[in-house]
Design a protein around this ligand. Sequence first.
Ligand SMILES: NC(=O)c1ccc[n+]([C@@H]2O[C@H](COP(=O)([O-])OP(=O)(O)OC[C@H]3O[C@@H](n4cnc5c(N)ncnc54)[C@H](O)[C@@H]3O)[C@@H](O)[C@H]2O)c1
Length: 317
Amino acid sequence: MAVIENSKLTVVGAGSVGSSVAYAALIRGSARHVALYDIAAPKVEAEVLDLAHGTQFTGSSDIGGGSDLSVVEGSHVVVITAGAKQHPGQTRLELAGTNARIMRSMMPQLLEAAPDAIYVIVTNPCDVLTVLAQEQTGLAPEQIFASGTVLDTSRLRWKLAERAGVATSSVHAYIVGEHGDTEFPLWSKATIGSVPILDWVTPRGDRMSAEELDQIAVDVRDAAYKVIQGKGATNYAIGLSSARIVEAILRDEHAVMPVSTVLHDFHGVDRVALSVPSVVSASGASPIRETQFDHQERELLHRSGTALREVADSLRA
Ligand SMILES: NC(=O)c1ccc[n+]([C@@H]2O[C@H](COP(=O)([O-])OP(=O)(O)OC[C@H]3O[C@@H](n4cnc5c(N)ncnc54)[C@H](O)[C@@H]3O)[C@@H](O)[C@H]2O)c1
């Protein structure tokens, strides 16, 4: 495997999410060098110091950073978390205008510093920002994509694993579509081990019904609202999922993950970024065209696409 030697990850934005991505990456050893960049100098300097003070315990990774764009130079992966976050009750799409402006001004500077990096967009609404940034920069869709529903899929697998009485890694199920209110699970192909999900007998001796699965999907969709209501932000799970995406890139893993790339004629969806199972490697992310959707799932994919296209169009206008 073409593992990148001396790999460098830069996290842009040192708020709750960015500092958690850096923390997770340090603890997991996701990259040899981790850098944190933010325009708020005192904040980023303090986060870097706090993280650096723990590096005795984090293996061979190191941490640096600050408010000068030179921090980004030499990055193999840039994870973007800069921008406004949801307030309690606010949808991700309501952040679109503010964060699109921030992204538009930031992307040329980042690209100048790290033209060959793979860009992973976490800032919300991540799907809309991905299509706008891909168009603005002209980067190949493989090179610039969003963390998408990797986090939502982890939330889903955690809930199903608990109910099924198996390890999370033995649940094979995906949330796809928008990272947001129109996301949905690919139930038609979901399995526990190799057993179709509706056939699995749980430790209680019963099987999960279609209604119960639908409720789990609603809980997953609304999970972020619940966390934001209680603590003002979601940060740990997105930190871990972003670090995992970074590893798949830097280790050239060809791992299958539901990241969000700009799709072209994907089951009839065009020029909109949506999460579908994709192969993530040192070249970036490629959607898996052979992914099967039943009739209803295909309709839901198109519904996600239509919702996001409307928001992106309003921002282009
Ligand atoms: N995609 C996901 O799964 C997911 C999950 C959680 C949060 N998020 C999103 O991540 C984003 C960040 O959330 P947060 O809780 O860390 O917010 P935060 O307010 O804690 O941090 C945002 C940081 O961005 C910085 N920033 C703003 N403009 C900048 C610029 N031009 N250049 C560099 N830095 C800049 C700010 O100084 C601040 O430190 C939000 O948009 C949030 O919705 C996405």
